[in-house]
Write a protein that binds this ligand. Structure first.
Ligand code: PBG
Length: 325
């Protein structure tokens, strides 16, 4: 036998030496949920191990994250009041805006702050934009989305991440930011976001399930992958800095395709349902949680992701540190 592939698998040293994929610890982002109010830290039922923090206590989450080596967070807000036009999303003293200021004040530039920009947590109907009858009005929504992104930048966000899937929103946000002197605030676009059942636990956590219908008139159809390239290219042309694909685990082919077809860094969002499935299976004693977390995270990097948003970001960072992946 001339070729014996097993030679390169003989022990840990040689296996590590010939690894083809190196996950990016610096590209890990942890999602955090901020709830309006004071002095509360409440477990999130659908996302075991995660909590709703009021802005005055968000430091507890950040400290833990920093301890594990993760200094990048993406913030989601849960307002006390919701209305038709999602006023809480762009209120100067809204929950996310308060959270950004609290983090910035305590950590200055040692934490990189990203914000999710969307209306669904703030609208009484739970849709990601402004309604015209039963339809989410695209162009009207753009004004609200831009206003929201700008208010996050004004509060001190480093990067905004629009997740609403309206057409033209990256361009609209870029214009609003630039006009107001925030030309260095980056945009990570949820460019390739599918209408997915994997968001279930998040919608419980954020109280953002639509009160009627679904999100299929704005989020993508999971039968499509060429359309993913189209969405990525459009957002690239509109001025996005990073292209995100979401969800991740059932969309590894999409991550690979998008990565090949854009010159921008590719991010992947391993969403709430992916986390919850692993948690539930582990809790039932069916799988080894650590092993599954390592393997699934690595598969996302192997598919081509440069950046990974995950509810397991802290655990993944520690696994990378230990050399397990
Ligand atoms: C807001 C938003 C959602 C997620 C991220 N931003 C929910 C949705 O589109 O319904 C999902 C994240 C997750 O499931 O972890 N639009």
């Amino acid at each position: 036998m001339i070729e014996r592939p097993r030679r390169l698998r003989a022990n840990r040293d040689i296996r590590e030496m010939v690894r083809e994929t190196h996950p990016n610890a610096k590209g890990l982002i942890l999602p955090l949920f901020l709830k309006e109010g004071t002095n509360e830290k409440e477990p999130i039922g659908s996302l075991e191990g995660h909590f709703h923090f009021t802005p005055d206590r968000v430091k507890e989450a950040i400290d833990e994250s920093l301890e594990c080596g993760v200094n990048k967070v993406i913030l989601f807000g849960i307002p006390q009041e919701k209305d038709e036009v999602g006023s809480g999303a762009y209120a100067p003293d809204g929950v996310v805006q308060q959270g950004i200021r609290a983090i910035r004040e305590a950590y200055e530039d040692s934490v990189y702050i990203i914000t999710d920009v969307c209306m669904c947590e703030y609208t009484s109907h739970g849709h990601c934009g402004i309604l015209n009858g039963q339809y989410v009005d695209n162009d009207k929504t753009l004004k609200y989305i831009s206003k929201t992104a700008l208010s996050h930048a004004q509060a001190g966000a480093d990067m905004v991440a629009p997740s609403d899937m309206m057409d033209g929103r990256v361009g609209a946000i870029r214009e609003a930011l630039d006009e107001n002197g925030f030309e260095n605030t980056a945009i990570m676009s949820y460019a390739v976001k599918y209408a997915s059942a994997f968001y279930g636990p998040f919608r419980d956590a954020a109280g953002s399930a639509p009160s009627f219908g679904d999100r299929k008139s704005y989020q993508m159809d999971y039968h499509n992958v060429r359309e993913a390239v189209k969405e990525a290219r459009l957002d690239e042309a509109e001025g996005a800095d990073i292209i995100m694909v979401k969800p991740a685990l059932s969309y590894l082919d999409v991550i690979a395709k998008v990565h090949e077809n854009t010159v921008l860094p590719t991010a992947a969002y391993s969403v709430s349902g992916e986390y919850a499935m692993i948690k539930a299976a582990a809790e039932a004693g069916l799988v080894d949680e650590y092993g599954i977390v390592c393997e699934s995270a690595l598969s996302i990097f192997r598919a081509g992701a440069d950046i990974l948003i995950s509810y397991y970001a802290k655990e993944i960072c520690e696994a990378i540190r230990k050399g397990d992946i």
